[in-house]
Design a protein around this ligand. Structure first.
Ligand code: PLP
Length: 348
């Protein structure tokens, strides 16, 4: 211990701690006994609020993590012989240890995507084997909002996907681990995004919660088996009141939106600062809480001596810098100064 505050991590919004209001809500929920498995007033309130903000006609379910939300949500929409069309960069494809394939027994039909987004044209290109018993039949299209590369679908883009899917007997699953960041960027409601999906996740963990996500079922008919699948997928928390309390704190006074808006603003500040550093190239539009940048691998190595962040793609020397609800302007400015010093020092 040096006595100095540790530098802010730019590694992930998951590196951030818990928002004090969320922590307080958890402590306040820690009074006496409460019925287990969700039959408690905290969970009831959270479910009511989640249904209200999303406009869901079906139910909302609190779950423990984002991968579990994705498996459960996809499982609600998929037939046993059906496949999922998604972007190559989709978290379900790259970072969930094949959970959807292993647990649901589905096949992921990936499409290349320049910016993390999928389009009706890309989806159409994956429908060739339809009706042929030798092919896994596309049943669900999975989109991530905001995407894994920090971009956001516009509402028009999402609506076009939804319309195409409706016309082609495809269901839409939306991975909303960072839905809040997208809503803050677009300036729209959760309901507007949710209306473009059949089932979605709504993330809280990356946005100030200690650990909770929601699976939201937009149409009641899709939710008939949801409570059973949640249990089978080991996402039913016994002391659910503490999950409910976290969502209640985030949904009160739009804390979720303020947190996400702040994280986005810090990423934008970082991107603005990088514009003055010629050795660094920002590779995707900065719309949520992530900045992807290409820089000399020697500069990456120097920076990583003092700063925590991940190399996204070693072959192109692309890194991912993420902000969070608690990133401060001074953190960004200090990081920018370090980047400027490192790139300037090594390029002379
Ligand atoms: C887009 C996206 N979806 C889902 C997840 C999975 O969340 P968890 O790590 O809680 O399983 C993540 C986590 O980083 C993510 O970025």
């Amino acid at each position: 211990m040096t006595g100095q505050a540790p530098r802010k991590s730019f590694g992930s919004d998951n590196h951030a701690g818990t928002h004090p209001d969320v922590l307080r809500a958890v402590v306040e929920a820690n009074t006496g006994d409460a019925t287990a498995y969700g039959a408690d007033p905290w969970t009831e309130r959270a479910i009511g609020e989640l249904k209200r903000v999303s406009g869901a006609k079906g139910e909302a379910y609190l779950v423990l993590n984002g991968s579990g939300a994705n498996v459960m949500g996809l499982g609600l929409l998929l037939g046993r012989h059906e496949a999922v069309i998604c972007a190559e960069t989709a978290h379900i494809n790259t970072d969930e240890c094949g959970a959807a394939e292993r647990i649901l027994g589905t096949k992921l039909l990936t499409v290349p995507s320049a910016d993390g987004k999928i389009t009706p044209e890309l989806i159409a290109g994956r429908l060739a084997g339809r009706g042929d018993e030798h092919f896994a039949q596309p049943g669900v299209v999975a989109v991530t909002q905001s995407t894994e590369v920090g971009t956001c679908y516009s509402l028009a883009e999402l609506r076009a996907i939804k319309e195409f899917c409706a016309a082609n007997q495809l269901r839409v699953y939306l991975d909303g681990a960072r839905l809040a960041n997208a809503a803050a960027f677009i300036g729209c409601s959760v309901a507007e995004i949710a209306s473009c999906a059949d089932v979605l996740s709504f993330g809280a963990t990356k946005n100030g919660a200690m650990g909770v996500e929601a699976v939201i079922v937009m149409h009641a008919a899709d939710g008939a088996n949801a409570k059973y699948l949640r249990k089978q997928h080991m996402q039913l928390s016994s002391k659910m009141r503490f999950l409910g309390a976290q969502f209640n704190a985030l949904l009160a006074d739009d804390l979720w939106l303020r947190n996400a808006g702040h994280a986005n603003a810090m990423a934008a500040r970082l991107a603005d600062g990088l514009a003055t550093i010629p050795e660094v190239e920002v590779v995707y539009p900065v719309q949520a809480d992530a900045v992807f940048a290409r820089l000399d691998p020697r500069h990456v190595a120097s920076l990583q001596r003092d700063w925590m962040f991940h190399v996204w793609d070693e072959s192109t020397s692309t890194v991912r810098w993420m902000t969070a609800f608690d990133t401060e302007e001074s953190d960004v400015d200090e990081f920018l100064a370090a980047i400027a010093a490192v790139t300037g020092a090594l390029s002379v």
